[in-house]
Design a binder for this molecule. Structure first.
Ligand SMILES: Cc1cc2nc3c(=O)[nH]c(=O)nc-3n(C[C@H](O)[C@H](O)[C@H](O)COP(=O)(O)O)c2cc1C
Length: 344
């Protein structure tokens, strides 16, 4: 069992200070395109009431040409603290988008400088800004000047293994006015493969005054503690570990605050959560919500007898009723197995 050294524990018991914003949790839910919509965030928030959440990334150029705010930027007035994440390479469009995001209720503006996807980097956004640090700096300055909420940056350790510039880049972001830096310990070339290198996060943390949040491979209480030990970071951000598992941020947060573990959700708990997720997506997005729900449902259906078959069926659902029927059937079967086991 890994525990935190007492020196670190003292530090982490204090609120996370992002500029003038105090957040009572050191565990953050990352922005995940196609995942962290208002519905998903509502589920995460239930278990992690104090944690910072992020919208999916929003293109500032597209926003510039839109008459209405996209659903991506919709915030529930009760969900705080919340950050709207923007991406682009145009400082003026980003400043304008940030103002719209603040009007919508964002507590911070996060700028994506880590996305590795070609479609984004070819247009100069996401991780391609790692190769244009002057422009990245100009972007931060421009957004900082446009809004009165803290501006933060999420990035990677470098473009490629031969081109790791995390330290210099992070210092530039801080000098430009960023109030927090989230560092994903992979390069752009790695995509989502290989292990995140937390040592680079430690090196960056050592030279910055603003909070540094460690990201990459945080999938459990144990990995969060190990990462905090290795990096000395001010907090951790959970990403793929939350897919089909909106309990993760809350589990880590609870452990950091109390030193105790929440009971792990049973397969029935997880499928009941999946059912709720599906119904909420349907209510919020209609048919588009059902199409999006397929992948979520597949992520929930794992680690119990019959999970593979259920997963295959859930990836094909055409309606909310069909999904609910499949999930209810699976829940009934699991409950029957559990009660048989307790009788024997
Ligand atoms: C499906 C998916 C969507 C993502 N969307 C975003 C995004 O919109 N903005 C962002 O900054 N990072 C995005 N990321 C990157 C994650 O936030 C995170 O940095 C990365 O997955 C590393 O953490 P992990 O190893 O714990 O998954 C996305 C990752 C995945 C897998």
């Amino acid at each position: 069992m890994v525990t935190l050294s007492s020196a670190l524990q003292t530090d982490l018991s204090q609120p996370l200070r992002i500029g003038n914003l105090a957040v009572n949790s050191r565990v953050l839910q990352s922005p995940l395109s196609g995942v962290t919509d208002l519905v998903f965030r509502r589920l995460v928030r239930r278990y992690a009431p104090d944690s910072m959440m992020y919208t999916e990334m929003v293109s500032a150029s597209e926003l510039h040409h839109m008459r209405q705010l996209p659903k991506l930027m919709e915030i529930d007035p009760h969900e705080r603290p919340i950050s709207i994440q923007l991406f682009d390479c145009r400082p003026d469009f980003l400043a304008e988008a940030a103002q719209k995001a603040v009007a919508e209720g964002a507590d911070t503006i996060d700028i994506n400088m880590g996305c590795p996807v070609n479609k984004i980097t070819k247009k100069g956004g996401g991780s391609s800004l790692l190769r244009q640090p002057e422009l990245a700096e100009e972007i931060v300055r421009s957004v900082v000047a446009a809004v009165d909420v803290p501006v933060t940056v999420k990035t990677r350790i470098g473009w490629s293994e031969q081109d790791i510039n995390a330290i210099e880049f992070a210092q530039r972001m801080e000098a430009a006015g960023a109030k927090m830096l989230t560092l994903h310990g992979r390069t752009r070339s790695q995509g989502y493969n290989g292990a995140a290198d937390w040592n680079w996060i430690a090196k960056v943390k050592a030279v910055l005054s603003i909070p540094v949040i460690a990201n990459g491979d945080i999938v459990s209480v144990e990995s969060a503690l190990r990462c905090l030990e290795v990096t000395g970071a001010d907090g951790v951000m959970c990403s793929r570990g939350t897919l089909g598992y909106p309990f993760l941020v809350g589990e880590i947060d609870y452990f950091l605050k109390t030193g105790a573990r929440l009971p792990a959700p049973s397969p029935v708990d997880r499928l009941q959560c999946a059912r709720e997720h599906l119904v909420m997506l349907w209510d919020y997005k209609g048919d588009r919500g059902i199409r999006q729900a397929r992948k979520h449902m597949a992520w929930y259906a794992k680690d119990f007898p019959g999970a593979a078959e259920l997963r295959n069926q859930l990836t094909l659902i055409e309606s909310v009723d069909q999904g609910v029927e499949l999930l209810d059937g699976a829940i009934d079967r699991l409950v029957a197995v559990e009660s048989n086991q307790s009788l024997n």
